[in-house]
Design a protein around this ligand. Structure first.
Ligand code: NDP
Length: 295
């Protein structure tokens, strides 16, 4: 079994590559940087897709890079790194002599409108109310290929928690020092998933005939988790107090108002189709996920 993955060198890509290889699959990354088992985006555009069984796209500039100002130039990079890479892979699949059996794109729950009360499933509306929701719409539209020779799957991921990457890597040190606390009011929903489970859902989607369409990539417990719940659990997993709130104005100051929404607001999301498709979560609840991460 051969698969190709754009963005495979990143945080989620590392976990997915490890999981796929442990299951006997061969993996090639599509990357901006040269290296073993890699091809470049140019090479892919020029020479097309060599025969493989599946394609995954995980490429995307890190939106929450605190060192990058949220201006038009950075917004364009954030969009292009997702939409253009997805278009390149979709075109290569559409033109392939022997198209892959499955094509999986990972996007985000930013598709759904942040709300303290509404609970969303894969069938819920969204995708047209702010920068991030429109980004997800454009990103998912770029993945569409005509015909049904290749199964198409979109995983809408929540905040990915795991060792050595993602949002939690920036949070861990203040929390270890006892300087952690809720973000803003702390009442906002906190849609989360362990990195092993995002990788697990992608792998399940690749290997399971019949899985197609949107799957929410959040843990089953996540729809009942607020930012304050997450903060309390992380503090307790580390054996540290986590009482120092990070005020909304400070978050808006660092990230800009538009980007700060990602931290100060959230969506309650249920992985309805993901569970119905037969996926079994490795880390369904927060204490087990956090225990793995802080250990
Ligand atoms: P990473 O930040 O680890 O980056 C993934 C890869 O994207 C990188 O390894 C890099 O590959 C490639 N990349 C980065 N910037 C660019 C760019 N400007 N142009 C082209 N390629 C670029 O991401 P994650 O693994 O955390 O996330 C994977 C995907 O899942 C992303 O699309 C992200 O938006 C999405 N997602 C992630 C969430 C999270 O909490 N982590 C939450 C929801 C969605 P290389 O250097 O080899 O070219």
């Amino acid at each position: 079994y051969l698969s190709k993955s754009g963005g495979g060198t990143g945080f989620v890509g590392g976990a997915l590559t490890q999981l796929l290889r442990s299951r006997g699959h061969e993996v090639t990354h599509v990357s901006r940087r040269p290296g073993p088992d890699r091809i470049s985006w140019d090479e892919l555009s020029r020479s097309g897709l060599r025969p493989c069984d599946a394609v995954v796209n995980l490429a995307g500039e890190n939106v929450l890079n605190p060192l990058r100002r949220w201006d038009d130039a950075f917004r364009r990079v954030v969009i292009a790194s997702r939409v253009e890479t997805t278009k390149t892979l979709a075109k290569a699949i559409a033109e392939a002599e022997r198209p892959p059996r499955a094509w999986v794109l990972v996007t985000g729950v930013g598709y759904y409108r942040p709300s303290p009360t509404a609970e969303y499933t894969e069938e819920s509306p969204g995708g047209d109310f702010d920068f991030f929701s429109r980004l997800v719409s454009a990103w998912e539209a770029a993945a569409k290929i005509p015909g049904d020779g290749t199964r198409q799957v979109v995983v809408r991921s929540g905040v990915v928690l795991g060792k050595g990457g993602g949002a939690i890597s920036q949070m861990l040190w203040p929390f270890r020092l006892g300087l952690g606390g809720p973000v803003g009011s702390g009442l906002q929903p906190f849609p989360w998933i362990h990195v092993r489970d995002v990788a697990g859902i992608v792998c399940h989607a690749l290997e399971t005939e019949g899985v197609r369409g949107v799957l929410n990539g959040v843990s089953p417990a996540s729809s009942g988790t607020s930012n304050a719940d997450f903060t309390r659990e992380l503090g307790s997993a580390l054996g540290r107090p986590a009482l120092l709130p990070l005020p909304g104005w400070a978050v808006r100051g660092v990230f800009g108002a538009e980007r700060a929404v990602m931290l100060l607001e959230g969506q309650r999301v249920a992985p309805k189709r993901t569970l119905e498709s037969g996926y079994c979560f490795v880390y369904p609840d927060l204490p087990s996920a956090l225990q793995d991460i802080v250990s």
